[in-house]
Design a binder for this molecule. Sequence first.
Ligand SMILES: Nc1ncnc2c1ncn2[C@@H]1O[C@H](COP(=O)(O)OP(=O)(O)OP(=O)(O)O)[C@@H](O)[C@H]1O
Ligand SMILES: [Mg+2]
Length: 494
Amino acid sequence: MENQINESVKYLTKEQFETLYHISRVLNSVIYEDSLIQETLDLVIKVINAERGLFVKYDEHENRFDIIGARNIQKENINDLSVFSSGVLQKVIDKKEPCLYHDVQSDPSVSQFKSIQLHNIKSILGVPIKRGDKVWGVILVDSMNNRKEFNEGNLVFLDFFSNMVSLALDKITQMQELQNENIILKNQLQSVKSIPDLIGKSLAMQKMAALIHKVAATDATVLLFGESGTGKELIAKAIHNISSRADKPYLAQFCGSIPDTLLESELFGYKKGAFTGAVADKKGLFEVAHDGTFFLDEIADISVALQAKLLRVLQNQEIIRLGDTQVIKVNVRVITATNKDLKQLSKEGKFRADLFYRLNVFPIRVPPLRERRGDIALLVDHFIKKYSNKEILLDSKALKILEDYSWPGNVRQLENVIQRALILCEDGKLFPEHIVIDDESEEAAFQGTLKEFEKILLKKRLEEYNGNRTLAARSMGVSVRWVQLKIKEYGENI
Ligand SMILES: Nc1ncnc2c1ncn2[C@@H]1O[C@H](COP(=O)(O)OP(=O)(O)OP(=O)(O)O)[C@@H](O)[C@H]1O
Ligand SMILES: [Mg+2]
């Protein structure tokens, strides 16, 4: 074999060697493009002094040749296969070997082919491109009467060339198969992988799920906006869970109506002695969330001073603990949520515009439940399973009531209504009389200040939970410390 190669190599000219070297580099780039084939064919035509070059793929089933590239010496494309000798192509396929015909006009084995007569062809050289023991295609060059004849050297050159093409094809096919597989898998993931825990098949939810998948694959800062109870918190967690940070920490901090200093020390931590009560160093949540995701809920409520600090974290990915000078690097994907119009707030100067733009890198609008009523039946089913271990059906009239309601409190309100209905329901079916929708408009129509509302809500929740501060805090989505501080502020018997 080695001897054979050595024997063959001596037929090659310096120019042919150089061309092979050049072609090997071109083919190695593994990008399958027409221009690449054309460029290589032009080189082949030039170096072996041919008139035309043809590169075809052979379709075994249909016994057909498809042009991959065909060029003439003027570097023009040829689109018509019939100008080449299909008889010679077939011979190469049958023999599976390179074929060289010197004086075709007087060679009886090929001279009868019409195209040969028609185009006054003198020499033809055909080389199979083999893949395994099959012929994948053929490279054919020909030359007319007024040109030089092909020789053994041309044949060796073309044979080398064909081997290189074959190797490149293997690589290209493998690459393309992998790419296709990749596209298919990704696509399957996107269509099949609904967001875990996030119930809903409506178009609005499907669109949102697609966005969630897209952004989850990146580290971009996400801003979730939408009415209260639409599932923003759930989505923030879902983004983390399907992101590459899934096995790293996920932390959430509610930022609404929390005293500034408290929130600041939660977020950034402090150094021992930073303020009275700071008896030991404390890590901030940004530090704890390192490499993971940090969800800042109700972001619209943070103070101007904290907005500036948060901007610094987003810009530099670093924090400084309160009372400290040491800079700590953090790598945290930030997700924020709000039910307010942050853009409007930033226009009114109530929220830093530069921070808004940093947070708004990838905004996701979470649609209110009334815009996706088709999901109500699914959600009801989900909540029944969540709160009851018995098989409970939903009466069609009851479903109609639920589907017709406007749900100002969105999914959270629906969840409460179902929880209540399950308590009222005695047999295995939910009927209209079990559906008690409390008029949340009492809260919506509240005319007082936020402080007054805060006080009323706190009182109501403490009563509801028999003074249990932990449960009351949880029901309002705030920390126990916040409740304690408020009780201090308003007095024990608010
Ligand atoms: N698509 C959903 N599938 C299942 N449960 C949901 C869905 N959307 C919301 N929920 C449930 O509804 C409740 C409210 O959701 P969540 O707390 O995420 O809302 P939110 O948008 O953060 O509200 P807020 O603005 O008031 O904080 C949660 O108990 C949550 O599990
Ligand atoms: Mg929330």
